[in-house]
Design a protein around this ligand. Structure first.
Ligand SMILES: O=C(O)C(=O)C[C@]1(C(=O)O)C=C[C@@H](O)C=C1
Length: 186
């Protein structure tokens, strides 16, 4: 097969995957609507583990790559879901601002946050992808690892009044360990 012929095949595969991706995102929307009505959490780690165990077992040499693909796919699904859950966003925001004694309506241009993740689970790359997806820019980032726990500190450009910032803060608050808004910076 020539390179051009292989690329025709890749284009055909991508063409088949696209409607399936769109269909899966439609399902994510329906799940979000159901959860908005019933109050369920977006992030259900045991369900994600079950999906991975059920699907990835027979992928042979591609096991790690297929697991990475599934984890990214599901992380995108979660990101999409949080966008529909404005009540959850508001609750998450007031919980972390209240805990830090901060006033979200104060004038600020940057939001400093901190959270932890397990080094072995390599979740940090997924969270960085989520930040990228949200459109919020990282101005500064510090990472230190102690006893297998990654402690992350980020300064994000933007204001808590922006929808994309509220959605991002909500997702990180719900999914990471020890999430905190450390400061609102002007
Ligand atoms: O099954 C759910 O509860 C979903 O929200 C769907 C889904 C997925 O995209 O597969 C997304 C987030 C959950 O953590 C688990 C699975």
């Amino acid at each position: 097969m020539t390179l051009d012929e292989i690329r025709v095949e890749i284009d055909a595969v991508d063409g088949q995957m696209k409607p399936l991706f769109l269909k899966r995102m439609e399902c994510a929307r329906s799940v979000a609507e159901t959860k908005a009505a019933t109050g369920g959490e977006v992030f259900v780690p045991e369900r994600e583990q079950a999906i991975i165990e059920k699907r990835a077992g027979d992928t042979g040499e591609f096991y790690d790559m297929y697991v990475a693909f599934l984890r990214h796919l599901i992380s995108v699904s979660r990101y999409y879901q949080y966008g529909f859950l404005s009540e959850m966003q508001e609750q998450a925001l007031s919980a972390c601002l209240g805990r830090a004694g901060l006033d979200g309506s104060s004038g600020h241009r940057q939001v400093e946050i901190s959270f932890c993740c397990q080094q072995s689970a390599s979740d940090l790359n997924l969270y960085l992808d989520t930040v990228k997806l949200s459109g919020v820019l990282i101005n500064e980032m510090k990472l230190c690892t102690e006893d297998g726990v990654q402690k992350v500190r980020m300064i994000l450009d933007g204001n808590l009044g922006e929808r994309r910032m509220r959605r991002l803060i909500c997702q990180l608050y719900k999914e990471t360990e020890q999430f905190a808004v450390a400061a609102l910076r002007s």
